[in-house]
Design a protein around this ligand. Structure first.
Ligand SMILES: Cc1ncc(COP(=O)(O)O)c(C=O)c1O
Length: 390
């Protein structure tokens, strides 16, 4: 039968978190009480100083089109922030502001990757990477993240996979869904292998760079000569609890920033003006609220990790960063792919299968601990009880 859809739509993936959220909402409509541990967003309110800055901007007329690459104040604030935190010299013209960090992933691939090129990406990983790579007809080359490596990459395997066909390496550390971070050895090995390659670009998705519990965030862009080979992706959603504001950015060499701005002109035109003014306040204003959120996440991490480890058949490593745990559920009497549905219906807990993040997520589950301690405790109790009935 004839179809109205372009063939490429068959290659497009999705983010299961939104599907599970819809299922959970449908159950809630029927009167069920569901604890949401599926969606990756801070449960806190956006800090007041940021909300006030948006209101002020809206009343001051920031309600119209603005430049495609972002308003100058925000590009300056981002350049300053990235320069300071990554120890490199980023200029405002090397920054492109987008509605959330997500579009930078798609735009970087569209701008740099040809059909048939190889793109390396972490697996289990944020599902949008594999989806976009497949969508444009490139070849996805997974970098498996294993529990025995603390969910860092396997240096030897990764270095072996970087070939002449590799056009892009996507890194996402701290990582969603595992909470893993790159080791110094990982970074040095990648740096050594790519430092002389002018035809290869690294996309470093660092949206969790501020939600770290041990040690400091390290970006590959900080290595000598790597600034111009790296697209740093960061944003406001996770650090400042601003998921609904749709505000993020990429920092990259100027010629690529111009191409990505052109993709913005062809798609969104620009990013919401008053959201951008709120972004200036987020970066330049007081940081205590953002730090307080991390301290809350740290406490919740203890509760969820120790609770999960008490459930028969589940073992859980303590994530070094992010607000996700990625417990091993291979000891349960149920396939990890069927586990989220089982938990949703039998425990009223919304969670995601590890396979929602790629084939190497089999045997695992992702839970977000961006929820209150009483809710996390209740979810753990209900999960334990439901799993005992298997
Ligand atoms: C690894 C990663 N990158 C990018 C994003 C997108 O964030 P934003 O809301 O800024 O588009 C997410 C959101 O879940 C994420 O986990």
């Amino acid at each position: 039968m004839a179809s109205i859809f372009a063939k490429r739509m068959q290659e497009l993936g999705t983010e299961t978190a939104f599907e599970v959220l819809a299922k959970a909402k449908a159950l809630e409509k029927q009167g069920r009480e569901i604890i949401h541990l599926e969606i990756g967003e801070p449960d806190f309110e956006t800090p007041k100083n940021i909300r006030d800055a948006a209101t002020k901007a809206m009343n001051a007329g920031y309600t119209h089109y603005v430049p495609a690459a972002g308003i100058p104040e925000l590009r300056e604030a981002v350049a300053e922030y990235i320069s300071k935190t990554r120890h490199i010299d980023v200029k405002p013209e090397e920054v492109v502001v987008t509605p959330g960090a997500k579009p930078i992933i798609f735009f970087s691939i569209l701008a740099c990757v040809e059909v048939g090129n190889e793109v390396m990406y972490p697996n289990p990983g944020f599902p949008i990477y594999e989806s976009m790579i497949n969508f444009i007809g490139a070849k996805p080359v997974p970098m498996p993240l294993k529990e025995e490596n603390n969910f860092a990459i396997d240096t030897e395997d990764t270095v072996k996979k970087i070939s002449n066909k590799t056009k892009m390496i996507i890194l996402n550390f701290p990582e969603n869904p595992t909470g893993g971070v790159l080791t110094k050895e990982n970074l040095e090995a990648i740096f050594d292998k790519v430092k002389n390659r002018d035809d290869l670009i690294i996309v470093s998705d660092e949206v969790y760079s501020r939600i770290i519990y041990e040690g400091e965030h390290r970006s590959i862009a900080s290595f000598l000569g790597m600034k111009d080979k790296t697209v740093i992706i960061d944003g406001f959603s996770k650090t400042y609890a601003m998921t609904g504001w749709r505000l993020g950015y990429g920092a990259m060499r100027k010629d690529l920033a111009e191409k990505i701005s052109q993709l913005m002109i062809n798609s969104n035109s620009c990013t919401c003006a008053f959201s951008q003014m709120a972004g200036v306040e987020a970066l330049r204003g007081p940081q205590e609220e953002a730090e307080r959120m991390v301290e809350q996440f740290r406490r919740r991490r203890e509760v969820i990790v120790s609770g999960l480890n008490k459930i028969d058949g589940i073992t859980c490593k303590k994530p070094q960063a992010t607000f996700y745990v990625f417990p091993n559920v291979k000891g349960l009497k149920i396939d990890s792919r069927k586990l989220p549905d089982f938990l949703l219906h039998n425990a009223g807990v919304a969670a995601l299968s590890g396979t929602s993040f790629g084939e190497y997520g089999k045997g695992y589950m992702r839970l977000s601990f961006a929820n209150s301690i009483p809710n996390i405790e209740k979810a753990l109790k209900r999960m334990d009880e439901a799993l005992k009935t298997l």
